[in-house]
Every structure is written in C-alpha cells, then in structure tokens.
Design a binder for this molecule. Structure first.
Ligand code: 4NP
Length: 158
C-alpha cells in the first residue's frame, strides 16, 4: 500500500517545500517513488501559488534538489488523504489538530520527532533570517527526512 506524506508549515514557502524536496529526492534515490508520495502545504494563505522562497531554492539547489512546488493551503480533507502529516513547529501542529475529527487517517507529528539531534524541537521559521538560517533548517530537515524514510520503509514491509 502506498504511503502519503504531507509536510506543513505556516507559509508553505520556506520550511515545508524544502522538506518536500528533500524527502522526494531521497525517495527517488531509493527507487521508491511508486510507493511513497510527498506533498506540502501551509496553514496560512499569504503566499498562495508562489514558488518556494528564493533562499530555500538556493540551499536546495546547492544539494542538487530543484523545488518546483507552488504554495497551497492546508485543507481539512488532507487529514483523510495522507498517512503522515509532519508539522514544522508546535503552532503548525496545533493549527492542524483543530481540524481533526473521528475518522482522521493520518498521524500528526512534529517534524523533529524524527531528528536525532535536539529531538522534538521546532524547525525554526527562517523567514526573517539570513541564508545561514536556511542552511541550518536544511541540515535538520535532511536528518529528519532520513529517519522518517527509514520509518516509512519499515511500515511498507509490515
Ligand atoms: P514558512 O515560513 O512557514 O517556513 O513557509 C514563512 C513564510 C512566510 C511568512 C512566515 C513564515 N510570512 O509571514 O509571510
């Protein structure tokens, strides 16, 4: 059975599209694109339809990843369409949980519950930071995505 992963942040232009691109690239390299689908969304609509922030695209490109996603808003129906929903920070997680009803399929977790370093901390919002804030976010997302992919692979074998 296919596994579907959704990354969620506030604007869907900095953190979640970066996580989206990183995991998608890892999935492709693992030859699992037919089994794992990746998407991202934001809890706010400020940047609807926009490409990822230039600074996210820059750090991704440095690592050979092209970000082509256009920002979209998280919708309550996403709770029924995804197996894993990963919130970048506690506020994103609270905003998602507001929509949970009885038959929600997804597990809603903090992205850094998968980070072996400083587990369960927020992925800090780099929007008002400089390029180095985006580099740091990339590192934590890369570590978290690697652990998440291992977990999904186990789940695929169950
Ligand atoms: P993101 O970052 O949630 O990682 O996409 C932000 C992007 C835009 C804004 C805030 C955070 N904003 O206030 O416009």
């Amino acid at each position: 059975m296919k596994k579907r992963v959704l990354f969620v942040c506030l604007g869907n232009i900095c953190r979640s599209p970066l996580a989206h691109g990183i995991l998608e690239s890892m999935v492709r390299e693992a030859g699992l694109s037919h089994l794992i689908e990746v998407d991202s969304a934001g809890t706010a609509s400020y940047h609807l339809g926009e490409l990822a922030d230039l600074r996210s695209r820059k750090v991704a490109e440095k690592h050979g990843i092209r970000l082509t996603h256009r920002a979209r808003v998280f919708a309550p129906r996403d709770l029924h369409a995804f197996d894993y929903i990963l919130a970048m920070d506690c506020q994103n997680q609270k905003d998602i949980l507001k929509h949970v009803d009885g038959d929600c399929l997804a597990t809603i977790q903090l992205m850094r519950s998968y980070d072996p370093v400083n587990q369960n901390e927020d992925v800090p919002d780099p929007y008002y930071g400089d390029q180095s804030a985006f580099e740091e976010v990339f590192e934590m997302l890369q570590r978290s995505c690697a652990a998440l992919l291992e977990e999904i692979k186990l789940e695929l074998h169950r």
